[in-house]
Design a protein around this ligand. Structure first.
Ligand code: EPU
Length: 335
């Protein structure tokens, strides 16, 4: 383990922001994490894939790059398998591992950028599935005492792109590993429209988890910009939830407005639709913009600063609010 000073973070954030960290250390083992904690550094940022972060300035504290690796089977019954993955594993590599071995449950979450450790923090989700649907437990290390603790699914208090690690316990723990309960007789979930269309176009009638994964990859690659070509952090905003009565009023004025029922009182409106209606889709301002194929994704065409992206995000929020009276919140962590 080597503590370094003044390290560029450009290659460690998918927006490609040219910022630096005053101190930087990469951890390769659980013992390294414990050693870092003993440094008693006050200002710490744990970095996984850097795919959900917007740096608006240099980071003046210590960045811990998580390189904890390993995937193992810990238990198996006739119907299920429990797979434990270390938090520094690339999420999509875990998905591929599970598909190769016939373990079902996370195929819809194919190609989500980032690491295993970040997945429960924001309860990653796509195409009708969230990690909370298969998560058994999260093992964490207390950032003050170095003690290990296990959170079960209920303890994590999962919500839409939300968990206890984002508010109540923010900054308190380092995620060490995640255990998933996966199915050996996978039930396919293709309720999300676009997947069915892709499978139909390929004449696949009884899709395997591999077919579903490939369909998801195809959809994502067709809509979402590749960060190695155009800097971005996926969806910049969360989809806002509004009361049904509010949605019904808005729908009267905007008959094409999509909406998905969350529960008996709330409707989720796709933020991408709201942003597109305000004329932002594909619009470029300097080196920033809203992506041409998915308005919810803000991009850095090269050389943009975090402040410029933040400014664009504020203008988008304001125009959505003034047109629809709906507030959209950032999904990405802005630092
Ligand atoms: N839409 C538009 N214009 C756009 C984009 C979207 O009108 O430019 C409307 C369309 O009606 C479309 C609907 O929004 O049918 C939904 O769009 P999409 O399927 O692309 O999903 P999303 O709600 O925009 C969410 C997640 C994505 C995830 C997809 C697929 C959030 C904030 N984002 O996006 O997650 O991949 O669903 O399940 O919930 C991410 O979190 O970084 C991310 C990419």
């Amino acid at each position: 383990m080597r503590l370094e000073n003044n390290i560029s973070l450009k290659d460690f954030n998918t927006f490609g922001m040219e910022v630096s960290a005053a101190k930087f250390v990469a951890v390769e083992a659980v013992e390294d994490v414990r050693e870092v904690i003993q440094l008693k550094e006050k200002n710490i940022l744990i970095l996984g894939g850097g795919s959900n972060i917007l740096f608006t300035k240099n980071f003046e504290g210590l960045v811990i790059k998580n390189n904890l690796k390993g995937i193992e089977k810990i238990k198996e019954t006739a119907t299920h398998i429990w797979v434990k993955a270390m938090s520094g594993e690339v999420w999509h590599n875990l998905v591929l591992h599970c598909i190769e071995n016939g373990f079902g449950g996370i195929e819809n979450l194919s190609l989500i950028p980032g690491t295993v450790g970040a997945a429960p923090i924001q309860n990653i989700g796509a195409y009708g599935v969230e990690i909370k649907d298969v998560l058994e437990e999260v093992e964490v290390m207390n950032m003050e005492s170095g003690e290990l603790k296990t959170f079960n699914n209920t303890d994590c208090k999962f919500g839409y792109r939300d968990s206890i690690f984002k508010y109540q316990s923010k900054g308190k723990y380092f995620v060490i590993s995640v255990t998933l309960k996966l199915s050996l007789n996978p039930e396919i979930n293709i309720s999300y429209g676009a997947i069915t269309d892709v499978l139909k176009a390929k004449n696949i009638i009884n899709p395997s988890i591999k077919d579903v994964s490939e369909a998801v990859c195809e959809i994502r690659l067709s809509k979402l910009p590749n960060p190695t070509e155009i800097g971005n952090a996926g969806s910049f905003f969360k989809n806002p939830e509004v009361e049904k009565s509010v949605y019904n009023e808005l729908k009267k004025l905007n008959p094409t407005m999509p909406g998905y029922e969350v529960d008996s009182t709330k409707i989720k409106i796709p933020a991408g639709w709201l942003i597109e209606q305000c004329g932002w889709k594909g619009k470029r301002i300097g080196n920033t913009g809203s992506h041409a194929k998915q308005a919810l994704v803000l991009v850095n065409y090269g050389g943009a600063t975090g402040m410029e992206i933040q400014q664009l995000s504020k203008e988008i929020q304001e125009s959505v609010f003034s047109k629809f009276g709906v507030r959209i919140e950032a999904e990405v962590n802005v630092l």
